[in-house]
Design a protein around this ligand. Structure first.
Ligand code: NDP
Length: 502
């Protein structure tokens, strides 16, 4: 007898031989009755699920959020109800464009997706390490992501596609500037801020609504690599951010963030000089200062990467009473798209998986479907409304109605957007040295891009600040990379069209 656990089939029967397949005599073929062999091969064929179309390469850990300053005045959400309140969360970081095996130390936006397991259900804050995004309308999202992925013919990333799209979409300038500044290549996930990016709302028991932005400020300090440093890291370690995160959490030294909010009274939204629901804009701190609400610290590694991180399913649609959406169009698009992605990648009942399951009670009338593995009690109450004491709607969880004007010109993003002013403020914050590094980063990323596209983009930089365009032009003149390193730019089809948006 031994105290090692016994090997079994998936049906639980003890298994005698896991080294040799079963054949008909020494020279005979393998028998079809060797169902354990067949099951092993079949299982291996099914070990992958579709990788995420964006944010495919990721790492994650669990943590604890502790309230240091309650928000009870603004919201009935229990997670913010009292000082000292602790809530467990899962945080998944990622790069955006690369596939599942991409190297970590690449210049890219980082995903910063948090699932808070609150007393009243899961609240997912699915953001990035940047406060803004490249586009403000979900109609443009599939096209934008296509430019970040592989060219359909060459199967290579295309700098031409990226700059063609960006230069035709001036709302991207703010995020492009952050991406090519120092913050576009963080030294690991603990050394960067996280942002909810979108505007959400908070509402209290008195039916008052406030708009809110969430900020996670690194307590481990900002640290970034230059392009050359990042390339040197990739040459020896493609998993630099995963390794850094895992080792720090394992050693009890997980990264932490100061969690802050900006709060805007509901009707201010009609008055601000910018549309506060435009995700290409920030709310200036001078107008809406940061208010600390708590500390978020990572303290536990998952036991199984696939079960807990690859299958982790975050969606901006997961809100809890006291937290609501806003008219931010990109947020509205993501409310649909994220849950839809999980139903496709994982299956109908993806939220019943242990990593996704709320710690609070779940009572729905959703019925059958693939992987339904829990059996709801109360057999007669399987529809609603019913007379058999089935789960019933909670009227007090109804958020207050919107009171803002609904002015289409203001909130539909079609008129009056200034895509340059906030970028100008950032450009000046960067200072001379970081500006120089950014010019070089942009020039390196533009190698091989047709001149008419470069010129269009330089036009946008000039509208931010003539020094921005001049700096990039000078860096382009100095860059010694081979012309036409982007194979797509050699295409005969690549000519300017009159309809370019300028
Ligand atoms: P502030 O001077 O009050 O704040 C400047 C902000 O810029 C800080 O949050 C700082 O982050 C951040 N920052 C510094 N370097 C970079 C960089 N390379 N990439 C991105 N962010 C950086 O200014 P305002 O609030 O008036 O905003 C001015 C500009 O600052 C905005 O137009 C926007 O581009 C940028 N910004 C503003 C944020 C906001 O929510 N108001 C958030 C982030 C950026 P930290 O404090 O962590 O150093």
């Amino acid at each position: 007898m031994t105290d090692r656990p016994m090997l079994t089939t998936t049906a639980g029967a003890p298994w005698p031989d896991n080294q040799n397949s079963e054949s008909a005599g020494a020279r005979g073929p393998v028998l079809i009755q060797d169902y354990q062999l067949i099951e092993k091969l079949a299982h291996q064929n099914r070990e992958r699920i579709p990788e995420r179309v964006v944010h495919a390469k990721g790492s994650g850990a669990y943590g604890t959020f502790t309230v240091t300053n309650d928000l009870a005045k603004y919201t009935r959400a229990k997670i913010f109800g009292e000082v000292g309140k602790k809530t467990e969360f899962l945080l998944r970081f990622s790069t955006v464009a690369g596939e599942r095996g991409a190297a970590d130390a690449e210049r890219d936006v980082r995903g910063f997706a948090v699932k808070f397991y609150t007393d009243e259900g899961n609240w997912d804050l699915v953001g990035n390490n940047t406060p803004v995004f490249f586009i403000r309308d979900p109609m443009k999202f599939p096209d934008f992501i296509r430019t970040q992925k592989r060219h359909p013919r060459s199967n290579m990333r295309s700098a031409t596609a990226m700059w063609d799209f960006w230069s035709n979409s001036p709302e991207s300038l703010h995020q492009v500037t952050i991406l090519f500044s120092d913050r576009g290549l963080p030294q690991g996930y603990g050394h960067m801020n996280g942002y909810g990016s979108h505007t959400y709302s908070l509402w209290n028991d008195a039916g008052e609504r406030y708009w809110v932005k969430f900020h996670f400020k690194t307590l481990d300090g900002h640290k970034y690599w230059t392009n050359d440093e990042g390339n040197a890291v990739i040459a020896v370690d493609r998993e630099s951010a995963q390794r850094d995160l895992f080792d720090k959490v394992e050693a009890g030294n997980g990264p932490s963030w100061r969690v802050c909010v900006q709060i805007m009274p509901e009707l201010d939204a009609d008055k601000t000089s910018y549309n506060p629901f435009d995700v290409t804009k920030v709310w200036p701190h001078g107008e809406y200062p940061l208010i600390e609400v708590g500390i978020a610290k990572l303290d536990r590694n998952p036991d199984h990467y696939f079960a807990e991180i690859e299958q982790a399913s975050f969606s901006p649609s997961n809100i809890v009473p006291g937290i609501g959406f806003s008219p931010d169009k990109m947020l509205q698009g993501r409310i649909f798209a994220y849950a839809d992605a999980h139903r496709y990648r994982i299956g109908t009942h993806y939220e019943a998986l242990p990593v996704n399951r709320p710690k609070s009670v779940v009572n729905t009338y959703h019925a059958d479907g693939s992987m339904r593995f829990d059996a709801p009690k109360g057999t007669d109450a399987y529809y609603e409304p019913n007379s058999f004491n089935g789960p019933f709607e909670v009227k007090s969880a109804q958020e207050p109605p919107l009171r803002i004007s609904g002015d289409a010109a203001r909130y539909d993003h079609r008129v009056g957007n200034d895509d340059y002013g906030q970028v100008r403020a950032l450009f000046r914050i960067l200072g001379a040295e970081q500006q120089q590094r950014m010019f070089g980063n942009i020039a390196a990323a533009m190698q091989g891009v047709p001149q008419f596209i470069v010129d269009r983009q330089l036009g946008h930089f000039a509208k931010v600040d003539p020094a921005y365009a001049a700096g990039v032009s000078a860096a382009l003149a100095k860059a010694a990379l081979p012309a036409n390193s982007d194979p797509v730019s050699a295409s005969d089809d690549m000519k300017p069209v009159a309809a370019a948006a300028e």
